[in-house]
Design a protein around this ligand. Structure first.
Ligand code: CAA
Length: 391
């Protein structure tokens, strides 16, 4: 039986990389007018992983403060969502489970459906907790977004992980009402197994996203969800922050609401601060939007938030959550701001070198240079195995 106080996000923490590339450096290199990046796509900088960082080290760094605060006794499931997976068989979550010393009596699994994966994880977590409210589920979204050098997608890279502890009587967000669902088989963005950078049809991906917004909202209303004007704010998937503005304008239009600039800004302006400087973090993006909103907004107690999760290919979901009284005491605003501020700025040459780096595939011993100052690092690739260490 579910608890009377509902089920939702009890704690949320994010981590990002050692390095950052300002869009000014990219623009200077490729001759792009900076307004295209700062205004046209709404991005200022993008997180770049060090040679000894990957989705596992980012995920462990995001989840460690949660385990520190709450212990791990009640965590019986770890869901690891990513679309930049490091192995075709083993879940990245098992490495995180080990790095954090989580109980062996746990199930750990990796989920994939482009940027939508973590939302699937969250929904599955709600079901598990409804079945046994004494259990908690650790949902981790971790991704490194990588496009080819000199491609249009290059300016929309980034990397981050968000960890969420899902349980009964949550301290941050209580989910309520139905979900609006939408799936359509489209080739807007994909990454074949033989590539480490994604392929994308940029304009097609924007239309596919907007079509999915419409589709899942339609289903949400048919399932008896809230009306649009009941929401205090909207957290959209943000491949670049301008996309959230396009999506919200589209939704307001579709519902016959005013699409005035101020109305749109009011609906999502406070969700973009972290994505604007971190870049696309794929599965983590919509939850970075939530972190920015909770960390920055005036009191949101008891207000409803709409979530729009989109994963290319494509699957989308609209769902609602209510902000829990006392949530501000649980926030990690200072740590989040520190994670962003501690990054070291790269110049274009430094970024390019990291972008082009990859491990040989011959099974040899390849230690990584010590670059990250973080708690977790990818120390080597040895005999086809990734070797991680905790400092
Ligand atoms: N000042 C201000 N604005 C400027 C400008 C200037 N000097 N120059 C151009 N702009 C504006 C353009 O008018 C345009 O704005 P609108 O879209 O509002 O018209 C914007 O800057 C971008 O310009 P272009 O469309 O010409 O840019 P582009 O062709 O280089 O590509 C992109 C942009 C398609 C987003 C590309 O970066 C890309 O392919 N990114 C990866 C795909 C992506 O992120 N898709 C999003 C939906 S899919 C999804 O959400 C899943 C996912 O995570 C990938």
């Amino acid at each position: 039986m579910a608890s009377d106080s509902g089920i939702g996000i009890h704690d949320l923490s994010f981590a990002t990389t050692e390095f950052v590339l300002p869009h000014t450096a990219l623009a200077e290199y490729n001759g792009t007018e900076i307004g295209k990046y700062h205004i046209g796509i709404g991005q200022e900088s993008m997180s770049v992983p060090a040679a000894d960082e990957d989705i596992v080290t980012l995920a462990a760094a995001a989840a460690a403060p949660i385990v520190e605060r709450h212990g791990s006794e009640r965590i019986r499931t770890v869901v690891f969502a990513t679309e930049s997976s490091i192995d075709q068989a083993k879940s990245g979550g098992v490495y995180v489970h080990s790095l954090l010393g989580l109980p062996s009596a746990a199930r750990v699994v990796e989920l994939k459906q482009a940027c939508y994966g973590a939302t699937a994880g969250l929904q599955f977590a709600l079901g598990l907790v409804a079945r046994d409210p004494s259990q908690q589920v650790l949902v981790i979204a971790s991704d490194v977004s990588k496009y080819e050098l000199d491609s249009p997608g290059e300016a929309t890279q980034g990397a981050a992980a968000v960890a969420m502890l899902v349980g009964a009587d949550p301290a941050l967000i209580r989910f309520d009402g139905p979900s609006g669902l939408f799936t359509a088989d489209v080739m807007d963005f994909w990454r074949p197994n033989y590539r480490d950078a994604a392929l994308v049809d940029g304009q097609e991906s924007i239309s596919a996203y907007l079509q999915a917004v419409e589709g899942c909202w339609k289903d949400y209303t048919e399932q008896g969800g809230h009306s649009l004007d009941e929401f205090a704010a909207f957290c959209y998937h943000q491949p670049f922050t301008k996309m959230a503005y396009k999506a919200h304008r589209h939704l307001l239009n579709y519902c016959g609401f005013d699409t005035d600039k101020d109305v749109i800004e009011q609906g999502l302006g406070q969700t973009t601060a972290y994505n604007r400087v971190i870049g696309n973090s794929y599965t983590a993006s919509v939850y970075l939007g939530l972190a920015a909103l909770l960390d920055q907004a005036e009191d949101l107690t008891d207000r409803s938030i709409g979530f729009l999760s989109y994963g290319s290919g494509s699957v989308a979901e609209f769902f609602a959550g209510q902000v829990v009284p006392g949530y501000r005491d649980q926030l990690r605003t200072a740590e989040h701001q520190k994670a962003i501020a501690r990054r070291t700025e790269l110049d274009y040459a430094g970024y390019k070198e990291l972008h082009e780096r990859s491990f040989p595939t011959d099974g040899g011993d390849y230690p990584t240079p010590v670059q990250t100052g973080g708690q977790f690092r990818l120390a080597a690739l040895r005999g086809h195995k990734r070797i991680y260490e905790r400092r």
